[in-house]
Design a protein around this ligand. Structure first.
Ligand SMILES: [Zn+2]
Ligand SMILES: [Zn+2]
Length: 324
């Protein structure tokens, strides 16, 4: 079967690999559609280690069960259900688990083997390509639940790629006011479409003074979804005193905690708990993932797909790859 194999920074090839045989409690899913995430790009650019050479890349995809043909979304977080963390419901910190596309072979493969509990039937009105953009929805729900905003809170979101744009949508669903920040106008246009109350192009405006001007005291909540050191370091300059900050895209950088009083700091990782709700919100048209999709490729063209996803001149947001 064909799969997109990570060979090292800048090198991904679609190659034939041996067919898989499922163990007890696992099912075989025939890949239908997947999307390329910022994390995949961090691996591709060699910014993050973690994905080993020879591994299949990808952690956001759907397919159909090989035996019944039922369409299913796949949850990439593998967990044992028995360790201390699992028993607390913190499945993403399982002592015996990991994430497909990071710790284990990922989803960009003609066939994927996953534990039976890692599949979710896709509602009829959700297309394959929509079910291929599930992870950033689940991550946005997880992050906003963690931050527990009040109605009408200011939420400043640095980075309006697919993850940031979904943070914008979920924050609006929670009744917050959103200040969207990015350096690219085509992304800020989408922020506006998804309900952002203000948007700042950080290339031309000073985000910290604009956020201060808009809010009067700094943002109640700041979410970093750009995945850069500068964005991480900027979070403290946007938050009000005793505000909350979540780091989602990147975790490296120097935080001078002396500049903000009583700040609450969160880091947020992909978790399986929010996947059913994410899929339901897409089915009920409360969350729009369709308009995040800017490019479409076939699995055999994966190399080209990730090159486009990595090239801002092509104005990518979410690049989808399908089997057909
Ligand atoms: Zn991701
Ligand atoms: Zn566990």
């Amino acid at each position: 079967m064909k799969a997109a194999i990570f060979k090292g920074p800048g090198k991904i090839d679609v190659e034939n690999i041996p067919n898989l045989s499922p163990s007890k409690g696992e099912v075989i899913v025939r890949f239908r559609a997947g999307s390329i995430c910022g994390t995949d790009l961090h691996f591709y650019r060699g910014e993050w280690s973690g994905l080993r050479a020879g591994q299949v890349i990808g952690h956001d995809a759907c397919g159909e069960l090989l035996d019944t043909g039922v369409r299913v979304a796949m949850v990439p977080v593998v967990y044992c259900g028995l360790c201390w963390y699992c028993l607390q419901g913190l499945f993403n910190h399982c002592e015996n688990g990991g994430i497909k596309g990071f710790d284990y072979d990922g989803f960009f493969s003609e066939y994927v083997v996953v534990p039976e509990r890692n599949i979710l039937p896709i509602p009829e009105n959700v297309s394959d390509e929509e079910a291929a953009v599930l992870e950033p929805v689940a991550l946005a729900i997880h992050t906003l639940d963690m931050l527990n905003p009040r109605i009408h809170d200011w939420v400043a979101i640095i980075g309006q790629g697919s993850i940031g744009l979904l943070m914008t949508q979920i924050a609006k669903l929670k009744g917050c006011r959103v200040i969207a920040i990015d350096m690219l106008d085509y992304r800020l246009k989408l922020s506006e479409r998804f309900g952002a109350d203000f948007y700042i192009n950080a290339q031309y405006e000073n985000s910290a003074s604009r956020v201060m001007e808009i809010t009067g005291r700094g943002s109640d909540i700041v979410i970093e979804a750009a995945g850069t050191r500068q964005a991480v370091e900027q979070t403290l300059l946007l938050a009000r005193k005793a505000g909350k900050i979540a780091l989602v895209g990147g975790f490296e950088g120097y935080l001078d905690l002396g500049v903000v009083g009583e700040v609450k700091l969160f880091t947020s990782y992909i978790s399986p708990v929010e996947y059913p709700l994410a899929l339901r919100l897409i089915a009920e048209r409360k969350v729009d993932v369709k308009n995040l999709i800017t490019h479409r490729f076939k699995l055999a063209e994966f190399k080209q797909a990730i090159e486009i996803a990595n090239n801002l001149l092509e104005k990518p947001v979410r690049v989808v790859v399908t089997a057909y």
